[in-house]
Design a protein around this ligand. Structure first.
Ligand code: BYC
Length: 325
């Protein structure tokens, strides 16, 4: 029984939908879907899109100060990729019946959420290494499973995004490794950046499982594949050996390999800090939104010009069609 079949009751459609996603089939925009599924996708994908857009600011901050042409070109490419990720993701949300203008309004008014991580400042060049290494590694671990999300347009967008995130991660690792193995001063800068970015990166995966209000339903619908804590553990397990390889110390005295569990144990997370950042009281929340508002205003003439051109072109096409008839 298909959830799209005519004449079904709401319960039958819900049942057919659960079986459909249970079979690993992809839901497409024109398929019937429960309203709560649609809303949850709009919530998650739009927050993800906003994160990509706001995520450009901490790194964009260093574009004019990159230490060499090679570093600058790579950083520029990465920041441009993030703009592209935002655009694919806004397109994916549009397939769920929400307009891009409404999404922009939500971001610009400060109503929309975006990832907590982008409310921290990038104080030194080593922070660009730390963001690429720590934040993009977290993004990869969180996002690779989203390539199998039950909603087709999101899953397909994630395939391209994840390929680009892998390049970003390498870019960050290479900066971090070069600095960690450079002069004493460079090593200290790398360690300082790791000290400041480690805990916010660990928090990126979201609240602990017992406080994650969306995880259970999202996993049942195969939007999410793993819980926040499972992904966080995977992250710690991957990052600890990489830090050791670079000769850096993760700022958590409780990190220890647990033979029995086959995982690293780690210390308590300061969830008060996470909640503060989510409530808009992080170090850069205000600055990020103000920068976005200014960029939107400064880009108004481009949007107006593109619209005027499109309208003129459409009018010319319509006129030549009439003339031909
Ligand atoms: N920051 O029930 P939960 C990237 C919110 S990477 C802010 O567990 P869910 C990038 C959550 O939205 C970053 N808010 O929710 C990387 C929910 O609020 P609402 C973006 C957070 O959805 C490098 C509430 O807390 N990645 O883009 O099951 C360069 C309860 O949480 C955070 C994505 O968005 C946070 N860290 O799980 C450039 C990936 N964590 O909606 C860019 C897709 C949680 O009830 N998203 N919240 O008001 C996801 O995988 C999931 O949405 C999350 C949260 C794991 C983030």
């Amino acid at each position: 029984m298909s959830m799209n079949a005519p004449g079904l009751t709401e319960d039958q459609r819900n049942q057919a939908f659960s079986e459909y996603v249970g079979d690993e089939s992809k839901v497409e925009p024109k398929d019937w879907m429960p309203e709560a599924y649609r809303k949850s996708l709009v919530r998650q994908i739009s927050q993800h899109a906003h994160s990509e857009i706001i995520g450009m600011y901490p790194e964009g901050n260093w574009l004019t100060r990159a230490p060499s042409l090679r570093r600058k070109v790579a950083l520029l490419a990465k920041v441009q990729d993030e703009a592209g990720h935002g655009m694919y993701l806004y397109s994916a949300v549009e397939t769920l019946g929400v307009s891009r203008d409404d999404l922009f309004d939500d971001l610009l008014s400060g109503k929309a959420k975006y990832s907590s991580i982008f409310n921290y400042p990038t104080l030194t060049w080593a922070d660009i290494g730390a963001v690429g290494w720590l934040v993009d590694s977290a993004a990869i671990i969180n996002q690779v499973p989203l390539c199998r999300c039950s909603y087709g347009p999101y899953a397909r967008a994630m395939v391209k995004i994840c390929k680009e995130e892998s390049f970003h991660q390498r870019q960050g690792f290479e900066i971090m490794n070069t600095m960690a193995k450079g002069t004493d001063a460079q090593h200290r800068m790398a360690q300082d950046a790791l000290n400041r970015w480690w805990w916010p990166s660990v928090m990126m995966f979201g609240p602990p499982d017992n406080e994650s209000k969306h995880s259970a339903q999202s996993m049942a619908w195969k939007i999410k594949r793993h819980s926040n804590d499972d992904l966080r553990q995977r992250y710690v397990d991957v990052m600890v050996p990489q830090a050791e390889f670079m000769g850096l110390t993760i700022p958590d005295p409780d990190i220890k390999w647990n033979e029995e569990r086959g995982h690293y144990d780690y210390g308590d997370i300061d969830w008060t800090e996470f909640k503060q950042v989510m409530a808009g009281h992080g170090q850069c929340n205000k600055q990020r939104i103000e920068t976005r508002q200014a960029a939107h205003e400064n880009g108004r003439w481009v949007r107006d010009a593109a619209l005027a051109y499109a309208e003129k072109k459409a009018a010319r096409k319509a006129a030549s069609k009439v003339a031909a008839e």
